[in-house]
Design a protein around this ligand. Structure first.
Ligand code: NAP
Length: 258
């Protein structure tokens, strides 16, 4: 019986060899798994973090232990100047950027009646304005090199809405519109722009949900369980490797929204 390694091409090289990727919010949860998966397929990964330097270093270590290459870079991507410095750091260090995964995100759940302007703005800034900050800082590079993969981690909540999540839902729906419009503008330039809409994935973000609400949610998932970060990472890899898929929203949600 022969074992076929799917991340290795016939000539022995890895599918993403030579590619440089940035994963925003790569220190924990889904982002950490995306970083590891891209690295295991040959990409050099810049792991962006904001508040969790040790967690980001652990991801680098995990990648190095598997023979991959990654570095960390601190930047609060809700701030345009910091997003620009993350792009500048990557260019200076590795010469180019091929893959941008806009993954950083937060929740500040409250019913709309109780939602403060601060709750609203924080979520729009981190989840949606960050996408503008990062993408606008890298797009000219990608246009010049006639190659780019932009993958936005949106959410089922941007499609179906979520109780107590007007801010988060607005940001995630905004990412979907952004994805489709930019995909149209860049389709002939070697750049694909896609979104992934995860359902409920087992990370600290979901662990913060009250137990009773979480159990009720799981009961509604057709597949009958929460998703795993690795299942989102595999979808990112699929889109990173594809040339003919653009402007799409890939649902990875156990059938919860169809
Ligand atoms: P998580 O475990 O809470 O991790 C969030 C990540 O975002 C952390 O690495 C965090 O980094 C980073 N981050 C937060 N604010 C940042 C900022 N201002 N600048 C840079 N990085 C920042 O969340 P997750 O569950 O992995 O979620 C990842 C993405 O998937 C988010 O966009 C989320 O909305 C989306 N999503 C998640 C689910 C789910 O069920 N978990 C479902 C749908 C969509 P630091 O700790 O270093 O600050």
């Amino acid at each position: 019986m022969s074992l076929v390694e799917t991340n290795v091409l016939k000539d022995g090289s890895k599918k993403l060899a030579g590619k440089i990727a940035i994963v925003t919010g790569g220190s924990r949860g889904i982002g950490a798994e995306i970083a590891k998966t891209l690295a295991s397929h040959g990409a050099v990964v810049v792991i962006n973090y904001n508040n969790s330097p040790d967690a980001a270093e652990n991801v680098v270590q995990d990648i190095a232990n598997e023979g991959g290459k990654a570095v960390t870079c601190k930047a609060n991507v809700s701030n345009l100047d910091e997003a620009k410095s993350l792009i500048a750091f990557t260019k200076e260090r590795f010469g180019k950027i091929d893959i941008l995964v806009n993954n950083a995100g937060i929740t500040r759940d409250r019913t709309f009646k109780k939602m403060s302007e601060e709750d609203w703005k924080a979520v729009i800034d981190v989840n949606l304005n960050s996408v503008y900050h990062m993408t606008s800082s890298v797009i000219n590079e990608m246009l010049d090199q006639k190659y780019g993969r932009i993958i936005n981690i949106s959410s089922i909540i941007g499609q179906a809405g979520g109780f107590g999540q007007t801010n988060y839902s607005a940001a995630k729906a905004g990412m979907i519109g952004f994805t489709k419009s930019l995909a149209l503008e860049t389709a002939r330039k070697g750049i694909t722009v896609n979104a992934i809409c995860p359902g409920f994935i087992e990370t600290e973000m979901v662990a913060a949900m009250p137990d009773e609400v979480l159990q009720k949610t799981v009961n509604k998932i057709p597949v009958g369980r929460l998703g795993q970060p690795q299942e989102i990472a595999e979808a990112v890899l699929f889109l990173a490797e594809s040339e003919y898929i653009t402007g799409q929203c890939l649902n990875v949600n156990g059938g919860l929204y169809m």
